[in-house]
Design a protein around this ligand. Structure first.
Ligand code: ANZ
Ligand code: ZN
Length: 887
């Protein structure tokens, strides 16, 4: 940890003034949010933190700028709701409990207590009366209630399914919680697969609507990530006939009469359905690959292949989907001994088991076309399977057809590929479709297949239903009861919440600790009253954060998840801010919840968050600050020395908010120096300026700078451009300082001037004559403080009081820029000769064409380019540019 040296003495004591004002604001309930406030509402929300026990720099970076933005909206005249809470369920609490023997509730609540205190030092406008803590029964009872609404509407269901299993956390993980390299997102352990009975939310029902981002203003990057995650493909489901394999016959191994037995009730399976996005390649199918877990695999496997297939299935079971789909990984498989018949060609091709085919996508069976699919190509090469080209690359494109070695398949062109050709080309060796362009053939073959009843066009999504079961203690109990007679029964509303028992064991066994708690497990059937068992899985914590934006509006409402009147007033959220890492989990789940709740009639809007802004990362030594990297800088340390305002402003200044930036101690110092300068400027006695006569030019210049700054800051804050807002304010303080020096004859350089805080900021300087007088000065000071208030709320409040203004600066309206005062007297005219810039001239605003012409032609630089030439044309773009065309 760094030790902070106090290299810049602040002229004020942040500890004193910041604490003083926070107490005053709290006492006066300055930031209390009222539903009956007549001003237009603005609901601005920042993603709530997990109560890890410490507010670190990342939290500050997320929260201080969003608070400044919310404050800015407040000053613009909105009734702003900018709430805060804690995402309090989840594994770390449980792991801490196991490790240290503290109850997760105790651990979590102590952490919240500490973090709330830290957050308060930030000086935010959070109305703490609206705080939401998700691990309290008052909150999670509504998770349960919503679950039951979903359940009754068929949006929550239980199914036996393979799941990602973390052997270290002893729980199931959603696909989204498995990293790209197949590890547990939380603990880094390699994730394995397990088959379990689990609860799902039917998010796939909303796949199509979730692809529609037209009703929200979100970063394109996030929309794209969601679109890719949902993964819509249009294709064809097409049947292949099944045929008995050759080799030693083994009765009973896979059915009768050359047919393969189906999964259920000895039904005869005669077909195998595949899903393809490339029906245009159907004539090039040379084998079929089936997922190892596919229920038909045992039926398709002949006796002689059984041992190899079973061993193969076993090894596939140990791998994650991510591994299996990896393009780097070698494609492997084993033959089943059965064959499939291509209905279009009558060709008989082998069926293999291969783990690059996933059970959970499409039909779990792939028609393999090695000539036109790279995975199939690799597979075919490895196992010596035929490659049959059915799409010829267009003449112009470099042909992947390499050496003309002979191919083992009869009747095909004797060419061999070095890689699959996946583009559009001309149909060959494709019967009646020969000669067509493949994209045209795609449609025609699809139609043909449908007309024959061999298949159907379908839309397929990559996204799976949301697996919400967790076999852990610290989460919302799923409110279901299993009765031996009545089966699955929802807990009646009157029995909600199903409360987490305080005295559960936390030994990680792979089953929920709740399963070991007899008092919790044993219950009565709500229908028949007989002894029954409770569901012991708890909900994924992403359930909690899927609707908290609704709870904030009426956090104490006992009659439902929210007060319908409050929801009408506040939702949807106008502006949400948070990390981009939540693109496909939280942000997608919250959209799903919103749509599901809308369809249940609970709300009447389509999207939870109208606008989204993603802040970047705060870096330290070029890397993202994180505990594991050991480069964490603790904010408290700096807050103690410099105060919250300096830390807030520094974080907002170090780079564009969406880009993030490097934490730099020297930079904090520079910001402290600038804060000193503001303090000093605001502390001066304006009467000193009245000793000399007022100079109108100087006044005009100060006004211009002030009103330009108002415009800048107002425009930039609206767009979260805090760094440029602060730069504009720094520029204003430079101008003010210069004006002061001229007006008071005070040429002495003041301490703190030219500090790093103002580095890189062009000093406008006051070139006018004498004094600006006290009135113009006062106006500038006032505007400076009000503009700074959202970013440095304590200091601005203190100086507001000291300059004789009435409490509170935070109830002041955002200043409005007077266009006339902000206007330049002089503008820069670009002068070109034959389109090349040859001079830049300062001309009066509103210069006429004739004047511009005269001024341009008088320039000696321009004259040099006109010598011996004839002016053919004179082009004038008012207020901007002159172009002289010469011959
Ligand atoms: C034949 C074919 C020929 C294919 C060709 C592609 C190119 P997307 O675009 O992601 O939807 N596929 C289908 N189900 C699969 C599964 N369960 N596991 C792995 N792969 C599967 O991918 C669709 C394509 O992926 C399908 O189209 C199928 O291969 C394969 F020249 O069918 B294709
Ligand atoms: Zn019963």
């Amino acid at each position: 940890m760094t030790t902070t040296s106090r290299s810049t003495e602040l002229r004020y004591s942040p500890a004193e003034i910041e604490a003083k004002w926070r107490e005053r604001w709290a006492k006066d309930r300055l930031y209390a949010v009222r539903d009956d406030d007549p001003r237009p509402k603005w609901y601005e929300m920042t993603m709530f933190p997990y109560p890890s026990g410490d507010i670190h720099m990342g939290h500050w970076y997320a929260m201080a700028p969003s608070d400044a933005h919310a404050r800015f909206r407040r000053m613009q005249g909105y009734n702003v709701l900018h709430p805060m809470g804690f995402d309090a369920f989840g594994l770390p609490a449980e792991n801490a409990a196991i490790k240290r023997g503290v109850h997760p509730f105790t651990w979590t609540m102590a952490n919240i207590e500490k973090m709330r205190g830290q957050l308060k030092t930030m000086g935010t406008i959070y109305d703490w009366d609206r705080e939401v803590v998700t691990c309290t029964p008052e909150y999670y009872r509504w998770n349960q209630w919503l679950f039951l609404q979903f359940y009754k509407a068929g949006l929550a269901y239980r199914a036996f399914a393979p799941a990602n299993w973390c052997p270290s956390c002893n729980t199931v993980l959603a696909n989204e919680q498995v990293t790209d390299d197949g590890k547990c997102e939380r603990c880094g352990t390699v994730v394995t697969r397990r088959e379990l009975n689990q609860w799902f939310f039917r998010i796939t029902k909303y796949a199509e609507e979730l692809l529609d981002h037209s009703k929200i203003e979100w970063p394109e990057k996030i929309n794209l990530m969601q679109t890719n995650w949902i993964g819509r493909s249009t294709g064809v489901r097409i049947d292949f006939d099944l045929e008995k394999g050759y080799g030693p016959d083994s009765p009973g191994s896979y059915g009768v009469q050359s047919k393969v037995q189906g999964t259920g009730d000895g039904e005869i399976q005669t077909k195998l359905t595949t899903f393809t996005t490339r029906i245009d390649t159907i004539y090039g199918v040379t084998f079929v690959v089936i997922a190892p877990e596919h229920p038909l695999v045992p039926k398709l496997t002949t006796a002689e292949n059984r041992a190899a297939v079973e061993a193969y299935i076993e090894q596939a079971r140990r791998q994650t989907e991510v591994d299996r789909m990896s393009t780097e990984k070698e494609k492997t498989g084993v033959p089943t001994g059965s064959f499939a018949v291509n209905k279009l060609t009558g060709e008989r091709v082998p069926i293999l088991v291969g783990d690059y085919v996933l059970l959970t996508y499409g039909t779990g069976v792939v028609m393999a076309v090695p000539a036109h699919d790279q995975r199939d190509f690799q597979f075919a090469k490895k196992y010596g399977l035929p490659v049959k080209v059915v799409i010829a690359p267009p003449e112009a494109s470099p042909s992947p057809v390499a050496n003309a070695t002979s191919s083992p398949v009869e009747g095909e062109e004797k060419i061999e590929l070095t890689e699959a050709f996946t583009g559009v080309g001309t149909m060959v060796a494709s019967g009646q479709f020969n000669g067509l362009k493949s994209d045209v053939a795609k449609e025609q073959i699809a139609e043909y297949v449908e007309s024959k009843g061999w298949g159907k066009r379908t839309v397929q999504y990559r996204m799976r239903d949301w697996l919400i079961s967790r076999q852990r203690y610290w989460g919302t109990p799923i409110p279901i009861i299993y009765c031996p007679d009545c089966g699955e029964q929802p807990v009646p509303d009157r029995d909600l919440p199903v409360v987490l028992p305080q005295d559960a064991e936390f030994r990680p066994t792979g089953e929920s600790p709740l399963a070991l708690h007899q008092g919790f497990v044993n219950t009565k059937c709500p229908k028949c009253g007989k002894a029954a068992r409770r569901e012991t899985d708890t909900m994924d914590t992403f359930v909690d954060s899927s609707w908290y934006q609704m709870r904030y509006t009426s956090p104490h409402f006992a009659g439902g998840p929210f007060d319908p009147k409050a929801i009408k007033k506040w939702n949807p959220v106008d502006q949400y801010t948070g990390g981009a890492e939540h693109a496909v989990m939280h942000l997608l789940y919250a959209r799903f919840f919103n749509k599901a709740m809308r369809d249940l009639g609970l709300i009447d809007f389509d999207e939870p968050f109208v606008r989204l802004f993603n802040q970047g990362h705060i870096l330290s030594k070029g890397e993202k600050m994180s505990k594991s990297r050991g480069n964490v800088v603790a904010p408290d340390e700096f807050v103690n020395v410099y105060g919250a305002d300096v830390v807030r402003c520094y974080l907002m200044f170090l780079g564009p908010w969406d880009m993030g930036g490097e934490w730099n101690e020297g930079g904090v110092n520079g910001m402290a120096r600038w804060m000193n300068r503001v303090w000093e400027i605001a502390s001066r006695d304006p009467a000193e300026l009245d000793a000399a006569p007022v100079d109108e030019t100087a006044v005009r210049e100060l006004q211009r700078s002030t009103h330009k700054t108002v415009r800048h800051v107002t425009d930039d804050l609206a767009k979260f451009k805090f760094n440029t807002s602060l730069a504009a304010l720094m520029s204003l303080t430079n101008t003010m300082n210069a004006a002061w020096e001229k007006g008071t004859g005070d040429g002495v350089r003041r301490t703190g001037e030219g500090g790093e805080g103002a580095k890189g900021v062009r000093s406008a300087g006051a070139s006018g004559g004498g004094s600006v007088g006290s009135a113009a000065w006062r106006d500038s000071v006032e505007k400076l403080l009000v503009l700074l208030a959202p970013m440095a709320p304590h200091m601005a409040e203190e100086m507001w009081e000291r300059t004789g203004h009435a409490y509170s600066i935070h109830n002041q309206p955002q200043p409005v820029s007077d266009a006339a005062l902000a206007a330049d007297d002089v503008i820069t005219l670009v002068v070109q000769v034959n389109g090349k810039v040859r001079d830049r001239l300062d001309v009066p605003v509103g210069v006429t064409e004739a004047e511009a012409r005269k001024i341009a032609l008088e320039s000696t630089r321009i004259q040099a380019h006109l010598e011996g030439k004839q002016v053919a044309k004179f082009i004038y773009v008012p207020g901007k540019l002159v172009n002289i065309v010469v011959r």
